[in-house]
Design a protein around this ligand. Structure first.
Ligand code: ACO
Length: 451
């Protein structure tokens, strides 16, 4: 029997040469392929991987996902344990520092976050200058980017204290910015943070408080929102997280890097599926219409929104956890006819060979929209609420990237497909139509996100 080695042998059939490259962690280094050349002047072999579907861009010890088994862990702790036994702020600490906090560490962390929830009055000023109907995610994007101008010391990214303060400020202020963006869109006065409330309770207060002297959150809603925050805190190298890492790799300040994450999350392929689930449930209207709807899905006339995931080929563990909180939230608010439709739809789909054979199971968004709707939160705000907890994941990933000696400025390669060495034509001698014919036609969007 031949001896096994952790290497890969590659034969280049153009030259007959064989190369041996090392396998580490079941990957090969793309740069090891550069030695594969037809002749000395050749640039060397590259890999082509649009959308990075099979490229690891970093080493990370923050989040582990086993999509086949439906496992999600942060720093080694299961998402189920974290949702049941921790608060969101504890999980945020875990993501950023790598360990669950001790009691005094948690006390300090919660104190620091709670005492940085106020935003500078000038930020409040420019929030008011957005149009009355501005999308709250657009407002949040601008506000997070603008924070870099309020805290210019954050540019000193090698300074531990500055990195800590940036983490605290972002995690603390993003709910305030989100709630202010929401109040602005309704033309309501801003509600300042209340330091007596929990992280989730304070956010609910800033959104919902009207004339009462003190806002008292319903503990069931506060708990459900805190669990939703934990569930959305991090999900390894998704589109927005890799945007944060990519922009952060230029050594820009962390506020600007996180603003890139907000921008990526704004896109409907990343942060918008739960809204699509609600629209779908409303369209189905009654449980009687479910069989027809599912027939439409099988004929490819429809998509069962909230089902399927790029990584999870099993029940998304986050969906199971959210589901267990839906009843509690509806008990505290009002019954939702959409829940009956959702439950029946899920039951039937999980019983149907079309879905089981394709490993299509409910994902986190199948139920999260129902909770937000029960909380009376408009659909425009769903992605903004996603951004609140994801900020701790972005911050943790940004910190990890900064300390990783293997990282440098992100700079992918390309395969150039354009013309070369053309002869320059003077303006009067150029041929072509008189009108600008418009940009090249856009490809249809094939799939909705996979974050
Ligand atoms: N409804 C019906 N059919 C589906 C669905 C769905 N929701 N999702 C996948 N399929 C089918 C595909 O048509 C394909 O069938 P085929 O093999 O016969 O052609 C097969 O299942 C495999 O699907 P892919 O598109 O290859 O799966 P991919 O990993 O690319 O897509 C995605 C994953 C984008 C999440 C997809 O399942 C989807 O669009 N789901 C609905 C949108 C959604 O809920 N997104 C939220 C994801 S969770 C999150 O991001 C937090």
């Amino acid at each position: 029997m031949s001896e096994t080695k952790d290497t890969l042998s590659i034969t280049d059939n153009r030259t007959g040469e064989t190369y041996e490259v090392e396998i580490t962690d079941e990957t090969i280094k793309a740069m090891d392929l550069r030695q594969i050349k037809v002749n000395e002047d050749d640039f060397g072999m590259m890999t082509y991987d649009p959308a990075y579907t099979n490229t690891a861009s970093c080493r990370s010890s923050i989040t582990y996902i086993d999509g086949e088994a439906g496992v999600l862990q942060h720093r080694g702790y299961s998402i189920e344990d974290l949702c049941e036994k921790s608060t969101y702020l504890e999980v945020a600490y875990l993501l950023v520092f790598g360990e669950l906090p001790t009691a005094p560490q948690l006390e300090r962390w919660v104190y620091d976050v709670t005492h940085h929830t106020f935003i500078h009055e000038d930020i409040k000023g420019f929030l008011s200058d957005f149009r009355h109907d501005a999308h709250p995610m657009g407002i949040l994007l601008g506000a997070v980017g603008a924070m870099s101008t309020f805290y210019p010391d954050a540019k000193d990214i090698d300074n531990d204290e500055e990195r800590y303060m940036a983490a605290i400020r972002m995690i603390a202020k993003i709910p305030t910015l989100a709630a202010f963006a929401y109040r602005h869109s309704l033309g309501l006065p801003y509600v300042y943070p209340d330091n007596d409330l929990s992280y989730a309770g304070n956010f609910l207060g800033m959104m919902r408080k009207m004339t009462e002297a003190k806002y008292e959150p319903d503990p069931r809603l506060e708990k459900a929102l805190d669990v939703l925050f934990i569930l959305h805190a991090d999900h390894e190298q998704n589109c927005s997280t890799s945007a944060v890492r990519s922009v952060g790799s230029s050594q820009v300040d962390p506020y600007s890097a996180v603003a890139a994450g907000v921008a990526a999350l704004y896109g409907p392929l990343h942060g918008g599926a739960n809204e699509a689930v609600l629209k779908m449930l409303r369209r189905i209207e009654t449980t009687d219409n479910i069989p027809d709807f599912l027939e439409g899905v099988k004929k490819r006339e429809e998509k069962l929104m909230g089902f399927g995931h790029r990584v999870y080929k099993n029940y998304d563990p986050r969906a199971r956890i959210i589901k267990s909180h839906v009843d509690e939230v509806l008990e505290a608010t009002a019954d939702s006819p959409l829940l009956d439709i959702a439950s029946e739809l899920e039951k039937r789909a999980l019983d149907d060979e079309f879905f089981t054979s394709r490993k299509l199971y409910p994902n986190v968004d199948f139920y999260s929209g129902l909770i937000y709707e029960a909380l009376n939160i408009p659909a425009d705000m769903f992605t903004v609420i996603f951004a609140i907890p994801r900020t701790s994941g972005w911050v943790a990933q940004w910190m990890e990237m900064n300390l990783d000696s293997e990282q440098k400025i992100a700079r992918p390669r390309q395969i150039y497909t354009g013309e070369r060495d053309r002869e320059y034509v003077k303006i009067g001698e150029r041929e072509g139509p008189e009108k600008i014919t418009g940009p090249p036609a856009r490809r249809p969007v094939k799939a909705l996100r996979g974050a």
